[in-house]
Design a protein around this ligand. Structure first.
Ligand code: BGC
Length: 249
């Protein structure tokens, strides 16, 4: 059984065909850039349609969206066009594609994929996954069960939100060295460790491929690992919500 997984990001829309038994991409990963952040809603929908056409897809589609998603409806818009607030993912994206579409928060998608198929698989305790990119997304899972929409990137930290303090976008914007940025990330991880006592922290997003370049600056006692699927996790998890058993709402 296969589904198309689509990960909506701050500056691009990525997707691929996912084998739902094995939790693997069975196509290439295709990416369409949407330009400046926040991309206008219509650009994101155009990019989404381009992906559907690229894969000539006619089956079910799962969308990971970078905002709070409750009962398929987008409730917030921090790094995305405000026009998204109140949109039902199934309806808006479904109408564009003429296909059945299901939505989930992008970090929850990545967490789900890692918990079922990746580095959090069969973990007996509490797993916290963070996606590091334009914003900071979070997914909290206990024995594979997801608590959706945790949004720990929006915790107040050092006088602002955590994502304003240590997202990859902030690293780029302020021109922080890897060491300086990793020390900020480490401070944030200490805060999360104190609040949540996780048993495992997984770091996802594109920068997780460079985990070895910053792991030495992380001093938390909790085990920290890169997400096994790196930035593919969001695509795999988005495809997973086309199945009811993995859909949080
Ligand atoms: C959004 C989250 C999202 C994260 C990562 C944050 O700004 O509020 O919903 O998961 O960015 O994309």
């Amino acid at each position: 059984m296969k589904a198309l997984g689509i990960d909506i990001g701050g500056s691009s829309v990525k997707g691929g065909i996912v084998d739902l038994e094995r939790g693997e991409l069975v196509s290439e990963r295709f990416k369409v850039k949407t330009g400046a952040i926040p991309a206008p809603q219509v650009r994101v929908l155009d990019a989404f349609e381009e992906l559907i056409r690229h894969f000539k897809w006619t089956g079910k589609v799962g969308v990971g969206f970078p905002a709070l998603v409750r009962d398929q409806v987008i409730r917030t818009a921090t790094n995305v066009d405000k026009a998204w607030v109140g949109c039902d993912i199934g309806k808006v994206f479904g109408k564009r594609a003429g296909l059945r579409v299901y939505g989930i928060n992008d970090a929850d998608a990545a967490g789900l994929a890692e918990a079922v198929f990746g580095n959090g698989r069969r973990h007996p305790g509490t797993v916290l996954l963070l996606t590091l990119g334009t914003g900071i997304g979070s997914a909290l899972l206990r024995q594979g069960i997801l608590v959706p929409n945790t949004e720990f990137g929006h915790l107040q930290f050092k006088g602002d939100t955590a994502e304003a303090y240590c997202s990859v976008r902030t690293k780029d914007r302020l021109g922080l060295s890897t060491k300086k940025w990793a020390k900020r990330l480490d401070a944030y991880l200490h805060h999360l460790e104190l609040l949540l006592a996780p048993d495992l922290i997984l770091l996802g997003g594109g920068i997780s491929r460079k985990f070895d370049s910053f792991a030495r600056y992380l001093t938390v006692t909790t085990e920290v690992r890169p997400a096994q699927m790196h930035n593919i996790a969001g695509i795999v998890g988005a495809a997973m919500v086309t199945r009811k058993k993995w859909r949080p709402s």
